[in-house]
Design a protein around this ligand. Structure first.
Ligand code: NAD
Length: 369
């Protein structure tokens, strides 16, 4: 019998990353695919999973992954460019390969095959693998909570013996996966919620959550065939800023999530608008890692601009690492099911999921990211 494939769970090296790429609950299913599992010691600690749980699920805890490992999993496996990459292995991870040339060099020098989790195609069959959606949904939920706890106000209407307090009004800009979850969370907490998106198709989804949809005069072709937004012309951007200003100034909190894949996030909130917001207002800019939707956003910081608190969170899903790891682990398992047949690694390039995700094969670039 051929030797088992060995999968290695890499301990995240980014000190601000709390998630782990595989959770103990999925180890048995992975073993059932004919794969043995090594887990770097304490990989799951920050997410709430102990070495013992991994061991009792059948994994081997190691100080460092052995060079027999042929599949390495991670959340951000290329964070440390000086890490010991296992030559000839396949790496499954979220990456910045689109923008970070050094990742390409590492793949070439170590003969790596790279399955980039951000490249999962948005087709029905690949939904189980869709890490961008699984993590964006958590980020949206967390942003709703952050807005709620940062406001010095109730979210719901409160009738008390001392008088009636009106509900807080929350505006969500961008109603993709994260935005819709932020809307749902703020609605559940009782806020008066309004949603906006450049894609008119998002209107129905916003309204189905019980929020108001606002729309300006936007051109008809705002959506790509893949369902993403297109970058807007300068004129449209200017009229958008004008249109949104009135709604932003009426809101207690704004959660902004607007993004264009592979591009800098569009500016939807100007500094001059933030300066005019009511004191005590809050902005949670989920798009901070891709440049931010607000001109005042600073990545990884919360800044006070004339009494308005502007949050630029770096990694909201990592703040909910236990559940974020569960869904990410399931996303990876979905890929393993496609990659492994009868205990063998089968890289079938005719499979459109593999074809879309395999950026490097044996050190050779096959997708111009
Ligand atoms: P995203 O993270 O790329 O962008 C977030 C939102 O920002 C999007 O709704 C986008 O329309 C919006 N946006 C961009 N520029 C804007 C601007 N200037 N003003 C206002 N809003 C702007 O998007 P996402 O969350 O990844 O989702 C994009 C689409 O893909 C959605 O329609 C979603 O339902 C769809 N989707 C499909 C699948 C699937 O079929 N498997 C999976 C996930 C998402």
């Amino acid at each position: 019998m051929a030797d088992n494939i060995i999968l290695g769970v890499k301990k995240e090296e980014d000190p601000s990353e709390n998630r782990v790429s595989i959770v103990p609950k999925d180890i048995k299913s992975i073993i059932n695919l004919g794969i043995s599992v090594e887990v770097e010691e304490n990989s799951g600690n920050k997410a709430g999973y102990t070495n013992k749980e991994y061991e009792s699920s059948g994994a081997k805890i190691v100080k460092k992954l052995s060079n027999k490992v042929s599949i390495v999993t991670g959340l951000n496996a290329f964070y440390n460019k000086k890490s010991d990459f296992i030559k000839n292995s396949s790496v499954i991870s979220l990456t910045d390969v689109r923008t970070d040339q050094e990742i390409s060099k590492i793949c070439e020098n170590n003969n790596l095959s790279l399955f980039a989790m951000e490249f999962v195609p948005r087709i029905a069959r690949a939904q189980k693998l869709d890490a961008l959606s699984s993590q964006a949904s958590i980020a949206g939920y967390r942003a709703g909570l952050l807005a709620a706890t940062s406001l010095k106000k109730y979210l719901p209407l409160m009738m008390t013996a001392a008088g009636t307090i009106p509900p807080s009004s929350i505006l969500v800009l961008g109603a993709g996966v994260a935005g819709l979850q932020a809307i749902a969370t703020a609605k559940r907490l009782g806020a008066d919620v309004t949603g906006y998106d450049i894609r008119l198709a998002a209107g129905e989804q916003i309204e189905s959550l019980g929020a108001k949809f606002i729309s300006d005069e936007i051109p008809e072709d705002t959506e790509t065939s893949g369902g993403y937004a297109k970058e807007q012309s300068k004129d449209t951007q200017t009229s958008q800023l004008e249109f949104l200003k009135e709604y932003i100034l009426k809101s207690d909190a704004v959660i902004s999530t607007a993004a264009i894949p592979g591009r800098k996030a569009p500016i939807l909130i100007e500094k001059s608008t933030v300066e005019q917001m009511k004191p005590g207002s809050v902005i949670v800019d989920i798009s901070a890692p891709s440049g931010g939707n607000c001109e005042c956003t600073i990545l990884g910081e919360s800044v006070d601009v004339n009494g308005t608190l502007v949050h630029g969170p770096k990694n909201l899903s990592s703040e909910m690492a236990y559940d974020a790891s569960i869904v990410y682990s399931k996303n990876i398992f979905g890929l393993l099911e496609i990659m492994v047949t009868e205990n063998k690694l089968e890289i079938n390039l005719e499979d459109e999921i593999i074809d879309a995700m395999l950026v490097f094969q044996d050190g050779k670039k096959r997708i111009e990211a």
